[in-house]
Write a protein that binds this ligand. Structure first.
Ligand code: DAH
Length: 330
C-alpha cells in the first residue's frame, strides 16, 4: 500500500521542481500563459496527477490530496505573480486586437415619468404655455393660504402634509407655483408647472409618498370657462387620440370657482384625469391682483396616473424602483 503513496508524493515533488525551473525561464506573458496551460489546464500535468488521486489508498488520500492542493495553490499564485511582473506591453499585445469593434458603453434613456412630463409639456407649449418650476420645500402660504384653503381644512393636517421642523412643508400640490408666478409677474400669463409633490400616504400599488403633478394656469382680463374647456379638449385629444370622449363634472376645489373634474371615456366607463376651474377671486386677491377685473383658469393633473393609463402600468411603485427590466421598456 505504501507503493502508490510514495509514487504519488515523488511525482508531486518532481513536478514541483520541474515547474519552478520552467517558471524561472518564463519571461513573457505568452510563455507564462503556456506554462499555466501545461500545468493547470484541462489536460495539464497537475490536473493529471489529481486524476490519479482515485488510485491512492483511503488512509493516504488525505495527505496526498493536501499536497496536490498546496502545489495547485502555489502554481496559481506563481502564474498570477509572473503575469504581473512581465512588461505590460507583452500582455497588451497578447490581448489587444485593434480590428475588433469597440466596447459600447451602456446608453441611458429618459425615465418614463420624465417622458410623460415632456410629452404633456410639449402639447401645452404649442398652445403658448410657458414651462416654469417652483421649489419643493414651501410655505403654508403658498401651499394653502393663498390658495384659499381654510385653516381648518383637513389637507393641512400633519396626516396629509409633511411639515419640516422649521415650520415649512413639502408641497402637497404644484398649485403653489400658480401663487409664485402671480406674485412675481403681471397678467397675461400662460404657464404650466411640472414637478414633485409629497404626501404622507402609505405606499401601495396606487399610492406613493412622492409623485408628480403638472399645474396649469392662464390669466388675463378676458379668459372664460369656455377657454378652459377648449384648451383641455385640445390637450386630452392630443394626448389620448382625436376620438377621445371628454366629460366635465362639477366638483369643488378651494382655489377655483366653479370647479370641475374632467373625465375621459375609457372602455365602457369614465376615468377622472384632472381637476380644473376658473381661478377663485380670493386667490387673485391674495397675490395682489385686482379681483374685479382679472380672469383666469387653472388645472392640475397627476403624471403617474396618466403614464399608468397610457402604458398599462398596474403598480405605481415600478416608477421608483430603478428596475432596468421595467425602465428599458420605454
Ligand atoms: N391641486 C389639486 C390636487 O392636488 C389639483 C388641481 C385641481 C389643481 C383643480 C388645479 C385645479 O389648478 O384648478 O388635487
Amino acid at each position: 500500500m505504501g507503493f502508490g503513496v510514495t509514487t504519488m508524493k515523488d511525482q508531486i515533488s518532481r513536478l514541483e521542481n520541474e515547474a519552478k525551473e520552467e517558471l524561472a525561464r518564463a519571461d513573457s506573458f505568452e510563455t507564462i500563459e503556456s506554462f499555466r496551460v501545461a500545468y493547470l489546464g484541462k489536460k495539464g500535468k497537475l490536473t493529471e496527477l489529481f486524476k490519479q488521486l482515485g488510485t491512492v489508498s483511503a488512509e493516504e488520500k488525505k495527505s496526498v490530496g493536501a499536497e496536490l492542493n498546496r502545489l495547485k495553490q502555489w502554481l496559481e499564485e506563481a502564474v498570477e505573480k509572473g503575469k504581473g511582473n512581465v512588461p505590460q506591453a507583452n500582455a497588451f499585445r497578447e490581448t489587444f486586437d485593434e480590428t475588433l469593434p469597440g466596447v459600447q458603453p451602456p446608453k441611458g434613456s429618459i425615465h418614463i415619468l420624465q417622458q410623460t412630463i415632456q410629452e404633456i409639456s410639449a402639447i401645452f407649449n404649442r398652445m403658448g404655455f410657458e414651462i416654469v418650476e417652483g421649489p419643493e420645500i414651501e410655505t403654508e402660504f403658498h401651499n394653502f393660504t393663498a390658495l384659499n384653503i381654510p385653516l381648518d381644512h383637513p389637507s393641512r393636517d400633519a396626516f396629509d402634509t409633511f411639515y419640516t421642523p422649521q415650520g415649512q412643508l413639502l408641497r402637497s400640490q404644484t398649485s403653489t407655483v400658480q401663487i409664485r408666478v402671480m406674485k412675481d409677474r403681471k397678467p397675461p400669463l400662460r404657464i404650466i408647472a411640472p414637478g414633485r409633490v409629497y404626501r404622507p400616504d402609505t405606499v401601495d400599488a396606487s399610492h406613493s409618498f412622492m409623485f408628480h403633478q403638472i399645474e396649469g394656469l392662464m390669466v388675463d382680463g378676458s379668459v372664460t370657462f369656455s377657454d378652459l374647456k377648449g384648451v383641455l379638449h385640445l390637450f386630452l385629444r392630443e394626448l389620448f387620440g382625436a376620438q377621445t370622449k371628454i366629460r366635465f363634472r362639477p366638483h369643488f376645489f378651494p382655489f377655483t370657482e366653479p370647479s370641475v373634474e374632467v373625465d375621459i371615456q375609457w372602455g365602457k366607463g369614465w376615468l377622472e384625469i384632472l381637476g380644473a376651474g376658473s381661478v377663485d377671486p380670493n386667490v387673485f386677491q391674495e397675490v395682489g391682483y385686482d379681483k374685479a377685473v382679472t380672469k383666469g383658469f387653472a388645472f392640475g393633473l397627476g403624471v403617474e396616473r396618466i403614464a399608468m393609463l397610457c402604458h398599462g402600468i398596474n403598480d405605481i411603485r415600478h416608477f421608483y424602483e430603478n428596475d432596468l427590466r421595467f425602465l428599458r421598456q420605454f
